[in-house]
Design a protein around this ligand. Structure first.
Ligand SMILES: Cc1cc2nc3c(=O)[nH]c(=O)nc-3n(C[C@H](O)[C@H](O)[C@H](O)COP(=O)(O)OP(=O)(O)OC[C@H]3O[C@@H](n4cnc5c(N)ncnc54)[C@H](O)[C@@H]3O)c2cc1C
Length: 411
């Protein structure tokens, strides 16, 4: 009998499966789709070693007004969805108070501080080096004033957490990456971040590594999960699978399954879109267009533009106006080319109001573990939270495991 079933084969589930397997457990990894087909496929592909402080809801009135009046492309919202989202958003707003956000960031920075060390051996062992760039991530600013403000913020992060960065003016930026057009004031280069030219392929490569090391990858429906005398059972295409322990790593769908077991998880789904363009030149690295809330990155299918957050019901209709605005903005920065047919996608950042993933034991069910809610950085964090979950299962108990522990999160 398998000891662990991991439900969900995105970066979080694959990371957990590998970490448990590395400690000698027999593990099955189950998903209704192929590994890395959902959020871990559609993202911007940045392994964000600079993201030491999670996104808080801004508290300054001008920014909130810009959001409220629909003048920002980073965050958009729909009046029809607000009543349903309001309770989780209100909790998110409360957790964003500076003192509380500082406390959360101390835990988050500990997670982020490990991510490169946790990805590196998996990249090597899965032979994924050709997918990885270690050229940092650029943050392009159109005005000198915005660039100066970004440089001040970067100095603060260097002093507080040791995050390396470099400021480049317009000519240094274009010399460094000739694919960029002239116009912007310059960029802040986060020199320590890595990126990936096909996030879904990297997730699949890690899942293949798990299978090569003896793990079972199964197709099945997580909603079939049921208690049995021996522990847990789930239906798969290969028949029923039983295990003494189950890890829920269903990303944006985690709350759906857990509702059946009496847990109401207050998730904020931040929808993002991507589109691909047949851009002639390849960029040296991903760039955030800081004025327009989009990221552009050369990927296997072309230049991928990914958008900021649309606050919506998860299963509501697609309305990719952020992508259209982003396309117009990016066309000012690079020669864009034609859209790639069938190159559009949308998915949801699984964000929790306290900005930390849930990693650890279920509050009221023996043998049930959570590893989801990775928000804006799950592609970065999956291998790390997998390790931390495996360490918690072995009995690690310290300030970081306590901060992530589902039993202390009011569920
Ligand atoms: C536009 C955008 C850009 C982003 N950019 C970045 C970035 O640059 N860097 C970064 O670190 N993060 C980024 N993120 C966030 C990141 O993509 C997510 O946090 C991460 O992919 C979540 O991983 P996951 O494994 O938890 O979820 P997923 O990858 O969604 O995996 C969940 C899995 O559960 C499966 N599943 C769901 N329900 C069931 C069921 N009932 N039965 C069986 N299987 C089921 C799904 O098929 C899926 O494979 C971005 C997100 C978006 C939307």
């Amino acid at each position: 009998m398998t000891e662990f079933i991991v439900l969900g084969a995105g970066m979080a589930g694959v990371g957990a499966a590998l970490a448990l397997q590395a400690r000698g457990h027999a593990v099955s990894l189950l998903d209704r789709r192929a590994p890395g087909s959902e959020t871990s496929h559609g993202n911007a592909g940045v392994i964000q070693s600079e993201a030491v402080e999670p996104y808080a809801i801004p508290r300054d009135v001008p920014t909130l007004l810009r959001y409220a009046l629909g003048r920002s492309n980073d965050v958009v919202w729909h009046a029809r969805d607000l009543p349903r989202l309001a309770p989780a958003l209100w909790r998110y707003f409360q957790q964003s108070a500076p003192a509380r956000h500082g406390e959360i960031s101390r835990s988050y920075a500990q997670l982020i501080g490990r991510v490169l060390d946790d990805h590196a051996p998996l990249i090597t062992a899965s032979e994924s080096e050709p997918l990885i760039r270690r050229t940092g991530m650029g943050e392009i600013h159109r005005s000198a004033r915005a660039l100066e403000a970004a440089a001040r913020e970067a100095r603060r992060l260097r002093e507080a957490y040791g995050i390396p960065s470099q400021v480049m003016d317009a000519s240094a930026m274009r010399e460094d990456d000739p694919a960029l057009r002239s116009g912007p004031a310059g960029m802040l280069l986060w020199t320590g971040s890595w990126s990936c030219t096909d996030p879904g392929a990297l997730t699949r490569a890690y899942a293949d590594l798990f299978a090569r090391r003896g793990g079972r990858v199964l197709t099945g429906e997580a909603q079939s999960l049921a208690r049995r005398a021996s522990g847990w059972q789930v239906a798969s295409d290969d028949g029923p699978v039983e295990a003494s322990q189950v890890v829920v790593a269903l990303g944006p769908w985690g709350p759906d399954l857990l509702r059946r077991f009496g847990y109401r998880v207050p998730m904020v789904w931040k929808r993002g879109y991507h589109g691909h363009y047949d851009t002639p030149a390849r960029l040296a690295r991903p760039y955030v267009d800081a004025d327009n809330g989009v990221v552009m990155s050369s990927m296997t299918r072309g230049l991928r533009i990914t958008t900021g957050a649309e606050l919506v019901r998860r299963d509501g209709p697609a309305a990719p106006r952020q992508l259209e605005r982003g396309r117009r903005a990016v066309a000012e920065l690079v020669e864009l080319g034609e859209p790639v047919p069938d190159g559009q996608w949308h998915g949801h950042r699984p964000c929790l109001p306290d900005m930390l993933p849930l990693v650890g034991p279920a509050p009221r069910h023996e043998g049930l573990w959570f590893d989801f809610g990775h928000g804006h950085q799950g592609f970065t964090l999956g291998p790390t939270t997998g390790e931390i979950l495996a360490e918690a299962i072995e009995g690690r108990d310290d300030a970081l495991t306590a901060a992530l522990d589902p039993r202390r999160r009011g569920l």
